[in-house]
Design a protein around this ligand. Structure first.
Ligand SMILES: [Zn+2]
Length: 462
């Protein structure tokens, strides 16, 4: 090669480098939009800080669903809709809830009450009395029970706190009759988990508020009582049940396929969360919902349309037992064979660390993950090859698809964010999230679903 053509070639290459939009591939533009112009933290902030936690059946979840649909429409997504699949008693917590020790010293308590339980009518102040466990103990405190907060010494276990040695049923019944203000128990750690079962209070049974506080808060109360120092507690946690049951449903939006529009790749996450005081439903699952929305925005901004439909779904009722995804699978039983793959983001705010798939499925993922590794050094997703796709799976919204043989993938997460700390607790807040992880996950999902939607065939089933 002579020098002159070489210089021309060098000049052409320099020009191409200066004008990336002219030579960029679709993948380059996806990466550019997802990585360099990310709006992910903006979506997450709106969802978690403006709207807040989003219990299934709550006004907050309605608000979040409407907001997500507005955004999808504004970004040019098609077939944007709310697909109802049932109803549920609406349960909302009034803002400004608190719990505190007001005497002998003032101390704010971190607390929760289970969803769909009764709260207080407003601030409710009363003396703390250690819970009697026998009839003799009951008789000893019977004159101090009216209006008292009954405090249990025994702490409740960790995950899924709610199970413990059964309190004495006879004593408990008499406590209700004695007109106590309510009951206070503690977890065995500083984490307070909120859960609950959808329903309405049984009017035939006495309904007393039941609050859960941190281990250290209970210790502080018991320490004063052990010294004979009276303790006054005040709880303000106003709970409202809707008059009528509320519709619950999934939010769906699409980029219709240009060739095989009946075939689809689904990217999904649950929009609902638990709603304990303090929690913003951020890593469970504001981050997953944010990824679905941001990928929708990024891919809808491309002038190209995918071969197959890309469907974005925000589930509800996940926390009550995968209600939304199960209903979707039931309603679409006849067309499940047209779904190439389903992706679920619901393992917290870490970066995407990869998926488990079969050797036949692996090549597409490997291509995408190589690109992600290049863009996010140190945050590379990996393929974990398994002999066969599972036929059963639990934990999140991929499970109903897995049970029907649809390739459904639950993103593993990396980065060491402490999911155990935040899981259903007061610590599930935006402060715990890392934006670089979120941007990696958005970019990874955008490339993955785009690649699958344009692949020559559906993803192999096995
Ligand atoms: Zn959860």
């Amino acid at each position: 090669m002579s020098h002159r053509p070489f210089r021309l070639l060098a000049a052409a290459l320099a020009l191409a480098a200066a004008l990336p939009s002219l030579s960029a591939t679709v993948d380059d533009r996806i990466v550019d939009e997802a990585k360099n112009r990310s709006q992910a933290m903006r979506h997450l902030s709106h969802l978690c800080q403006k709207i807040g936690p989003r219990l299934t059946g709550s006004e907050n979840l309605d608000k979040a669903s409407r907001w997500a649909m507005d955004r999808f429409r504004a970004w040019g997504l098609k077939n944007v809709r709310f697909e109802p699949y049932g109803t549920m008693p609406g349960f909302d917590r009034a803002p400004g809830a608190y719990a505190r020790m007001v005497a002998p010293v003032r101390r704010e308590l971190e607390f929760t009450a289970m969803a769909w339980t009764v709260g207080t009518d407003g601030p409710l102040r009363g003396p703390a009395v250690v819970a009697p466990t026998t009839m003799d103990e009951l008789l000893a405190v019977k004159d101090r029970l009216a209006g008292a907060w009954v405090v249990y010494r025994e702490k409740l276990g960790g995950r899924g706190s709610g199970q413990t040695a059964q309190p004495n049923a006879e004593v408990e019944e008499l406590l209700d009759k004695a007109g106590i203000a309510g009951r206070v128990r503690a977890t065995s750690s500083e984490r307070i988990q909120t859960h609950g079962r959808p329903g309405r209070p049984d009017p035939s049974k006495p309904q007393k508020p039941f609050f859960l506080v941190r281990s250290s808060d209970l210790d502080a109360i018991l320490d004063f009582l052990a010294l004979g120092t009276p303790v006054t507690l005040e709880f303000n946690s106003v709970h409202r049940f809707s008059k009528e049951d509320r519709p619950i449903g999934n939010v769906i939006a699409e980029i219709p396929g240009r060739e095989k529009s009946e075939e689809a790749v689904i990217l999904s996450a649950h929009l609902d969360s638990w709603d304990g005081p303090g929690s913003q439903g951020c890593q469970d699952n504001g981050t997953g919902s944010t990824i679905v929305m941001e990928v929708a925005r990024v891919l809808a901004s491309l002038p190209e349309k995918p071969r197959r439909t890309i469907r974005f779904i925000l589930w509800s009722g996940e926390e009550q037992g995968l209600l939304g995804s199960s209903a979707y699978v039931r309603a679409n039983e006849a067309s499940l064979d047209k779904i190439s793959a389903v992706f679920v983001e619901d393992a917290g705010g870490g970066f995407d660390a990869g998926v488990a798939c079969t050797e036949k499925q692996a090549p597409l993922f490997r291509t995408v993950f190589e690109r992600v590794a290049k863009e996010f050094p140190g945050l590379a997703p990996e393929v974990r090859v398994v002999d066969r796709m599972p036929t059963r799976s639990g934990g999140s919204d991929h499970a109903p698809f897995v049970a029907k043989g649809v390739p459904a993938f639950f993103w593993r997460k990396g980065g060491g964010l402490s999911y155990g700390l935040i899981w259903h607790t007061q610590y599930d807040r935006i402060e715990q999230v890392r934006s670089d992880y979120l941007v990696q996950a958005c970019t990874n999902n955008a490339l993955t679903v785009w690649t699958l939607a344009n692949a020559p065939t559906l993803l192999p089933r096995e």
